[in-house]
Write a protein that binds this ligand. Structure first.
Ligand code: NAD
Length: 530
């Protein structure tokens, strides 16, 4: 039996030996930039000669890697290969599949800083943000391996005389795994290993903004002994090959994390039954957020300001859990604004390879333009920019941490997911009003309340409609096993990654009921004929 699950500790980079290992990892990754990576379908490395380039958002002329783009035909082949591999993989024991995940976790742990260094370059994570992402990926392997062993153990049923009943969880089949770029290691690895450890096979289509880190992870799966075809690595345009793997009649389920728009499209397409298809596809979709932190009039304002600024600007505000709205009681509004500005002014916006950097570039040019246009929209709708608002796209996609005050409930930047370093601050008349504003969006992912009044916190537990509610702490930083993660309404299909229900989404339950007396006779007859 494995030991009880424990989260992978974060690295303390104030210790020189750790900082020095990270610098070595950064140098190693820099010596490997710009290489070409194949598709891997049914274990075969395939080149199409048609490339997509992954670039460094903080240094836009630096190519991280060149990735062969799959054609529609290759996308179909990937599903076929996964279907072939399913015939054997589904029969491997849960213990063997869990052991594979433990081996992958061990490899990742050994090369932790290397994985983080890839993220520092490919998506411009700062050292601690990248380290957290790697730790979470390791946690998913460790946690889901243990979870699979739990699901494979005897399941409780009510027994009746004369029968022997058994419930067993069996895999679904081929899964299309479609991750986002913002937790390019953790979410990509988490969805993939959840599918694999439960006995399914996968077509992994990483985000075009983060294929290198996905390939590094894929290589670790191979190193740990994953048989060919169980995970097929397929880079390509989301719209082009994404649709093919979602539509394919042999695809049994889709595990998607990304925007509301793409998630809804996937969900709609998956509902259509194609010729030869003999099941309803299951869709696990984790989507966007418009997360709020409420600051009540009795809150510890220094703690609240720290929590708001960390949640708003960690990884440039590009977390689905990021605080994009601070809803502040009018009695403490002005004081809070000062404190938020003060904390924000201390953020160091620079190249993420530098240990001292606390915020860096946004993911790509499209995001750079879209975030800037939201800042303009915020201003045009009456918002007051307190700090930030500037950007520089010359070297990389740098946008200053931006705080916009006096945003009205219902304004565009109060309603739409910006996914960048922009915090909208809204004045609430009182706590009732704050809760009403907080709930008035189509999303329901994370939220937080700062208050020293237990009655207010209790009201939030009952009335603040989000999947992950935090009280007197920031609204980002969910830990596997500790804070099972996923939201309500347009934030997704109500799944909880890193929680004890999660693997059920990749399984179906089969019940075998045997009439005890009859079995004995049949067995005797069988013996006689043999
Ligand atoms: P996205 O929707 O643009 O892309 C997600 C994935 O879908 C990518 O791999 C992309 O290539 C693929 N894709 C695009 N078009 C497709 C299509 N037609 N068919 C199939 N796949 C297609 O999202 P993103 O920009 O990568 O990620 C940011 C979004 O993810 C934000 O909205 C964020 O809130 C959300 N997110 C949610 C969670 C959560 O747990 N709820 C976690 C992380 C990110």
């Amino acid at each position: 039996m494995p030991s009880e699950f424990r989260n992978e500790p974060f690295t303390d980079f104030t210790k020189e030996e750790n900082a020095s290992s990270m610098r070595d990892a950064i140098a190693k990754v820099q010596s490997e930039l710009g290489r070409e990576y194949p598709l891997v379908i049914g274990g075969e490395r395939i080149r199409t000669g048609n490339f997509l380039e992954s670039i460094n958002p903080a240094n836009r002329t630096q190519v991280i890697g060149r990735f062969n783009k799959a054609t529609k035909e290759l996308a179909n082949r990937a599903v076929e290969e996964a279907a072939k591999a399913f015939e054997t993989w589904k029969n491997t024991s849960a213990a063997d599949r869990a052991a594979l995940l433990f081996r992958v976790a061990a490899i990742m742990r050994e090369r932790k800083h290397e994985l983080s260094a890839w993220m520092i370059h490919e998506v411009a994570k700062t050292w601690p943000e990248a380290d957290g992402d790697t730790a979470e990926a390791i946690d998913f392997c460790e946690f889901y391996a243990r979870e699979m062993l739990r699901y494979a153990s005897d399941q409780p049923l009510t027994q009746i005389p004369g029968e022997q009943n058994r419930l067993e969880y069996v895999p679904l089949g081929v899964g299309a795994v479609i991750p986002p770029w913002n937790f390019p290691c953790a979410i990509m690895a988490g969805m993939t290993v959840a599918a694999v450890v439960t006995g399914n096979t996968v077509v992994l289509k990483p985000s075009s903004d983060a294929p290198a880190i996905a390939f590094k992870f894929f290589e670790m799966l191979e190193e740990a002994g994953l048989p060919p075809g169980v995970v097929n690595f397929m880079t390509g345009s989301g719209a082009e090959v994404g649709d093919v793997i979602v539509d394919h009649p042999k695809t049994r389920f889709i595990a998607f994390t990304g925007s509301k728009e793409v998630g809804l499209r996937v969900n709609e397409r998956a509902a259509k039954v194609h010729e030869g298809q003999i099941w309803i596809k299951r869709v696990v979709a984790e989507m966007g957020g418009k997360d709020a932190i409420i600051v009540a009039d009795d809150a510890d304002l220094d703690e609240a300001a720290t929590g708001v600024v960390q949640s708003a600007f960690g990884f440039q505000g590009q977390k689905c859990s990021a605080c994009s709205r601070a809803i502040i009681d009018s009695r403490v509004y002005d004081t809070m604004l000062e404190k938020i500005v003060d904390h924000t002014s201390k953020i160091k916006l620079a190249d993420p390879t530098d240990q001292a950097t606390t915020m860096s570039a946004v993911i790509n040019e499209k995001a750079f333009k879209s975030i800037n246009s939201y800042i303009e929209k915020g201003k045009s709708e009456g918002g007051r920019v307190l700090i930030g608002g500037g950007s520089d796209g010359e070297q990389g996609f740098f946008i200053e941490p931006t705080v916009i005050a006096d945003v009205k409930p219902g304004a565009t930047i109060e309603q739409e997911e910006i996914f960048g370093p922009v915090l909208a601050v809204i004045k609430a008349e009182n706590y009732d009003d704050a809760l009403k504003i907080a709930n008035d969006t189509q999303f329901g992912l994370t939220g937080a309340v700062y208050s020293q009044d237990e009655a207010k916190l209790e009201r939030a537990r009952r009335e603040f409609h989000v999947g992950n509610l935090y009280l007197n702490r920031k609204c980002t930083g969910a830990l596997v096993g500790v804070h099972p993660f996923g939201g309500f309404n347009m934030s997704g299909t109500d799944s909880k990654a890193g929680g004890r229900d999660y693997l059920l989404l990749f399984l179906q339950a089969k019940v075998a009921s045997e009439k005890v007396g009859a079995t004995t006779k049949r067995a005797e007859a069988g013996t006689a004929t043999d």
